[in-house]
Each structure stands twice: as C-alpha cells, then as structure tokens.
Design a protein around this ligand. Sequence first.
Ligand SMILES: CC(C)(COP(=O)(O)OP(=O)(O)OC[C@H]1O[C@@H](n2cnc3c(N)ncnc32)[C@H](O)[C@@H]1OP(=O)(O)O)[C@@H](O)C(=O)NCCC(=O)NCCS
Length: 171
Amino acid sequence: MAMVRLLQPEDAAAWRDLRLHGLAHNPQAFGASLAEEQDLPLDWFAERLGSTPVFGAADATGVMTGTVGLGFMRGEKVRHKGFLWGMYVRPEARGAGLGRALLQAAIAHATGRVEQLRLDVVADNAAALALYRRAGFSAYGTEPRALKLGEDYLDEVLMALRLPPAPAAPG
Ligand SMILES: CC(C)(COP(=O)(O)OP(=O)(O)OC[C@H]1O[C@@H](n2cnc3c(N)ncnc32)[C@H](O)[C@@H]1OP(=O)(O)O)[C@@H](O)C(=O)NCCC(=O)NCCS
C-alpha cells in the first residue's frame, strides 16, 4: 500500500486532481461542491496545503490515491479541538487499508496538539461510519438536513474522539 505522508504545496496538482475526482464522484461525502472548487487556480490548492495539515498517499505512478485533512480551532475556548475534513480514497484503492492509514496519520499528528477531534459523516455512509468507529470515534448526535444537494437533504452523524495527552517532555 502507498505510504501516507504530510502533503506540501508542491503536491497541489496531484491533490487537486484527487479532490476534484472526489467532489465529482462522491458529492455527498464533502461539505464543499465541485462547482465551488473546479475553477479555482492551482495556487489556491497549494496555499491550502501550506496552511493546514493534509495527508495523502500516491501510487507508484505518482497518482494520488487518498487524502484526509486536519483543521484546528483557533479561539481561546475552542483551541483544544481539531476536526477532520476531506477524507477520500479513489474507488480502485479502497478496501486495502488506506483510509485507516490516513486516519491514523491524522490522529497521530493531532495527538499532543489538541485534546479531541470531531468530524461529520453522512448518516447512510456505512463504510465511513465503520472506518471512524473502528478508529475509536463515537457518535454524539445527528444533524438533520445538514447538507442540501439539489433538492435532496442529507442528515449527518456528528462524531468525536478524545485524544491522549501529549507525552511528557524528556528530562
Ligand atoms: C470511506 C473510505 C475513505 C474508506 O477508505 P478505504 O481505504 O476503503 O478503507 P479501509 O480499507 O482502510 O478500511 C478501514 C475500515 O473501514 C471500514 N470500511 C471500509 N470500507 C467499508 C465498506 N465498504 N463497508 C463497511 N465498512 C467499510 C471497515 O471497518 C474497515 O476496517 P476492516 O477492513 O478491518 O473491517 C472510502 O470508502 C471512500 O473514500 N469513500 C468515499 C468518500 C467518503 O465517503 N469519504 C468519507 C466522508 S466522511
């Protein structure tokens, strides 16, 4: 399986390609839409990779096969929290552990930086719900009609994971 790494601004073209593929083929899996992102310049994707941790994995030919993003809340009272966004694995790469590896990389990066992680997942997305549950996330509620795609409304399950405290500094 492809190795998961923290993406850099130089990965923008491959990441853009993967993200637009996801927005086109699994629109219900994202809060953003294809129309919002497909015409944005490459610099926008590079800036995003430079300003927030995004993980990805590429196959032997350099095609990016999976990604997940990690965000951090900023305000004084909420900066103990992070959130996951943009989890996507290309259909041909699914079922081989890449989603789990991406999630583990994001959780490892968040551990010691924040105390808890949250995410939203469309209520009928059984694969993603199972992936997150298996990683320790638990559901704490449902937002009815969280997304509207055309005339269709989708409910989202809200999930959270408590993280262990940062390891004590040596000495
Ligand atoms: C959800 C998604 C990221 C899973 O990626 P993946 O690489 O196929 O997942 P993995 O192979 O790492 O599987 C890890 C765990 O997820 C769960 N899982 C993955 N695919 C599943 C499926 N089709 N049905 C049920 N559980 C599934 C299982 O618990 C699995 O662990 P197990 O194999 O030990 O049982 C992928 O299906 C995807 O990109 N879907 C479309 C976009 C999407 O839904 N993103 C999430 C938005 S919140």
